[in-house]
Design a protein around this ligand. Structure first.
Ligand SMILES: [Zn+2]
Length: 287
């Protein structure tokens, strides 16, 4: 039975507008996922198993013993039956995207989420025609359109974040991702101007970026602390950022070094005045 459900879930995606390219710029990824899914399906590498906590949806690990792509049975069982096929299909898309993507892991995750959100938008909007449920030769129309309610699971929220270019902020609010070794100062530098730049980051992300940068030596890293701080607009944002940015003393040491260069000293002073804070150990002397 679970094999038949998986078959239907793959078919649902294969015939979706997302694969046909109606929903958003994700290049060839939607197409490339389909043959990968069938390949995994045919080799019995997709399994619906007990993965513990129902909040976990699925996992992908290529080449492991047993199914490479695993869907959490508990997650599916906890859903209303009418939503299971679509939910399973979305988890399959997300995990199969991991099977296809060659990128480093953080961006990999982002792309896998992005495509799943596009698919979700279709499922929660017009819905997707369920080819697998059609009775050959029958002219009777059954309810073949698979649709999800708006705000299904966390997908509605993720759809909103994606629209604002803040899916990365959502990801970094999840411990699993921000604790990856890959999320370091070099990653911050590589992506600081992406997704709308510092002014489009959540305060928590700004703080987490600063924390990574403040642990490095040299203006190549630490000058970006100023870019981030300068993107803050309200006291509230400032406070929320500073709560996630690690020890103030670390930041002060980093900015102290940076302040030795004149161009940066003026900017540091401006920030100190604006927010009435001490960003260098000897802030008074800088003035
Ligand atoms: Zn993932």
């Amino acid at each position: 039975m679970s094999k038949e459900l998986i078959r239907q879930a793959i078919l649902l995606y294969e015939y979706s507008g997302t694969v046909k390219g109606y929903f958003g710029p994700v290049g060839t990824l939607p197409h490339r996922i389909v043959p990968r899914m069938w390949d995994l399906y045919n080799r019995n590498e997709i399994g619906i198993l007990d993965l513990g906590n129902a909040s976990k949806r699925g996992t992908w690990r290529g080449g492991r013993a047993g199914a490479d792509l695993r869907i959490n049975k508990k997650y599916l069982e906890n859903l209303p039956e009418k939503n299971r096929l679509a939910a399973l299909s979305m988890v399959l898309v997300h995990e199969a995207a991991h099977a296809v993507l060659p990128y480093p892991r953080m961006l990999d995750e982002l792309a896998a989420r992005q495509i799943t959100v596009y698919y979700y938008r279709e499922l929660s909007g017009p819905g997707v025609f369920n080819e697998a449920a059609e009775i050959p030769g029958s002219t009777r129309r059954r309810s073949l359109n698979v649709q999800l309610p708006p705000n299904f699971g966390s997908y509605g929220k993720q759809s909103k974040y994606l629209r604002k270019g803040q899916l990365i902020d959502h990801m970094l609010s999840i411990k699993t991702y921000r604790q990856r070794r890959e999320f370091n100062a070099d990653w911050v530098i590589a992506h600081i101007s992406h997704w709308g730049g510092p002014s489009n980051r959540w305060s928590s992300t700004r703080g987490r970026y600063i924390r990574k940068l403040a642990n490095k030596v040299g203006s190549y890293y630490t000058a970006h602390i100023l870019d981030i701080m300068e993107s803050v607009k309200t006291r509230n944002q400032w406070n929320r950022m500073m709560r996630k940015s690690g020890k103030l003393r670390r930041i002060q040491i980093a900015l102290e070094d940076l302040g030795a260069e004149n161009q940066y000293a003026a900017r540091i002073n401006a920030l100190q005045d604006k927010w009435d804070v001490t960003l260098t150990e000897i802030g008074a002397i800088l003035k």
